[in-house]
Design a protein around this ligand. Sequence first.
Ligand SMILES: NC(=O)c1ccc[n+]([C@@H]2O[C@H](COP(=O)([O-])OP(=O)(O)OC[C@H]3O[C@@H](n4cnc5c(N)ncnc54)[C@H](OP(=O)(O)O)[C@@H]3O)[C@@H](O)[C@H]2O)c1
Length: 285
Amino acid sequence: MAKVLVTGSLGMLGRRLVEKFGQHHEVVATARREAPGVSILDITDRSRVLSAVAGIRPDWIVNAAAYTAVDRAESDIGAAFALNAAGPRFLAEAADSVGARLLHISTDFVFSGAQDRPYHEEDATGPVGVYARSKDAGERWVSAVGARACILRVAWLFGRDGKNFVDTMIRLARERPELRVVADQMGTPTFTTDAAALAVSVMEAGLSGIVHGANSGVTNWCEFAREIVRQAGESTPVRAITTTDYPTPASRPRNSALENRVVQTILRHQARPWPEALSAYLRGE
Ligand SMILES: NC(=O)c1ccc[n+]([C@@H]2O[C@H](COP(=O)([O-])OP(=O)(O)OC[C@H]3O[C@@H](n4cnc5c(N)ncnc54)[C@H](OP(=O)(O)O)[C@@H]3O)[C@@H](O)[C@H]2O)c1
């Protein structure tokens, strides 16, 4: 049994990580705000990170804390880099200082999107936008510090306890006569429960380096929305639009689908297809 320090444990993925690691390991859950069963840890505060880790002496640190507001990051550059680049750097330093291993959660958005096939772990990153650049910088700091770190990239997350695309589409399908959703951005929808379970396997197997942890299958937001509406038992039409019809402050990659090459090869892990994961989520799994 390992002692696992989880940061950002009140986030959408953080909560599932606490749950899944807690099934087999001792978890110390931390967050930047007070909540039952959680200690306060702001990962942008280097001295507190170092002293908390020295006091807790975890075997593993799992970082789910992040600045995830992709569009807001465009005008909040300092905060995005403090949380997504400096924070992971401090955690990696702290992990190194006590001989802990670090699992750092990252994103499919580190890729430029110019490639026509799914991205695997050895593909070069090419982040576009502040959020993407800050996450890419975080990966580099974590890799540079050592700490026997593993960077687990996830993508297009949906699950309980967070604002997510699935819940938004179901709500809008019930409120509006028609939905209009972009069809020219490809990716891999991923269930937080599946990503968290894979995170546990990755740590238990002692993997390090970059690991992709998405569900399987590639789709676009419009097809994803159509499947959500269908599985939710609604009949609202979903019309395909283009990215230029729906401008956002931050650019998104045209393709950020992930191939989980490392876990397929080393762990023989086959992620379940995203439509099955979606149906598990809608069943309340
Ligand atoms: N959501 C997606 O679609 C998606 C896709 C790809 C990758 N990812 C990655 O997956 C990871 C988890 O994302 P998520 O969707 O679970 O995000 P989330 O729900 O926004 O959770 C992030 C958590 O970080 C916490 N946090 C913020 N500032 C902090 C600080 N200074 N110190 C400690 N904690 C702090 C937040 O606290 P509060 O609860 O107080 O705000 C929040 O609980 C991130 O690394 C993200 O980049 C997400």
